[in-house]
Design a protein around this ligand. Sequence first.
Ligand SMILES: Nc1ncnc2c1ncn2[C@@H]1O[C@H](COP(=O)(O)OP(=O)(O)O)[C@@H](O)[C@H]1O
Ligand SMILES: [Mg+2]
Length: 412
Amino acid sequence: MGGDFSRRLRIPTAHRDTTAVLGGAYPFLTDRPALAGIFIGHDTVTGQRFCFDPWQLYQRQTVSNTNIAIIGNIGWGKTNTAMAIALRGIASGYHVIIPGDPKNDWTRLAEALGGQSLRLGPGMPERLNPLDLGAPACGGDGRGWRHQAEQRRGALIVSLVETLAPSLAPLHPESRETLTAAVEVACRDNATATLHHLVTALAAEGGEYAAPIRAALSELCSGPLSGMLDRPATTTPDPTAPIIAVGTAAVADNDLAHTLAVLTATSQLDAVAGPGRKFIIFDEAWRILATPTHLARVNAELRLSRARGTSTILITHALSDTDKAANAGTSAAATARGLVALCDTRIIFRQAPGETDRTATELALTNHEREALAALGKGEALWKTGTETRRVRTDLGTVEAALFNTDAHTSE
Ligand SMILES: Nc1ncnc2c1ncn2[C@@H]1O[C@H](COP(=O)(O)OP(=O)(O)O)[C@@H](O)[C@H]1O
Ligand SMILES: [Mg+2]
């Protein structure tokens, strides 16, 4: 039924009619062709070119925010479509940031495009140091920058402690003060302070508040997690790079290590956030949905996107991924469910068996859209921008298809 329906919907490219007539016959057809923005592919109902730009759509009030949710079962083309948006967005002058990439798909793309790639994990040659402040953007106000950078670093260290020792979360004001003081000491006494210096400063501080924090952070300095975040950085994020990808495949099997790596990367990539439009891409975002600290960050990021000129792209398998946050408590589950509501562009690929009903209900799909969803081919998706829906196949050039090859080296 689904396949027949899809064939019936498809009309020859040469077919001509007024859009009003077609609108009745083909329920997806919106009266405006989408020809402005980044080229994506073609509308498989009308045959028209399809272009997309979240900032332009926002300016035209087609969407109420610039964020994008890409939802679909494994293997139907989510990552390839996000890569097409990223690559072609770079050609339009936008920057692309991937704070965590559990399959290292994006680090290979970043390398091929002359961007910056970093692969994190214990024993990996590349490292970030959570105590680094980063560098002010050219022409920036040094003092204002320093204050902000210290705030950002303080918030990161608090999240690392809370992630390592959930029983301490939310960290007491007294504990935060102790931690801030110890960070100051470590950074004052060492040219390149590391977590080892911070642990030493906390040990010297002593006291009831310092001890549990010290114990938590010590876990990063010895044992299986050491070597990832406790040494001087090998690099700092480069604000001029068109694309920065942080590969986390080496820690993909370890939820705690993965969370710590992505938290650090997100915070430090925030520091390079200069002016200009950016896509911030969370591929395999189900990992984020399961972790309260990440959830809170992504939630804030989505809410701030308009003010910051960013467009966050959340890529997930299914809406039921948000249920994973339920283990973390009801408020986390509610936040997770709310994330999709903060993405006014939804790109919906074929769903896993059993997920179509839920997707159709939660995203208020019409019957026609629901049937089309079940018949989508590879690389084809329903693009819902605000109230408009189109059925679009992402067209890839041969060079792009080779560059985006997500089948090779799934883990490194
Ligand atoms: N638009 C497309 N055109 C042609 N092939 C595609 C397209 N999108 C994806 N593919 C192919 O489908 C496979 C899975 O794509 P991928 O983007 O990794 O899916 P997902 O991220 O949804 O798991 C890859 O082999 C890719 O080459
Ligand atoms: Mg993928």
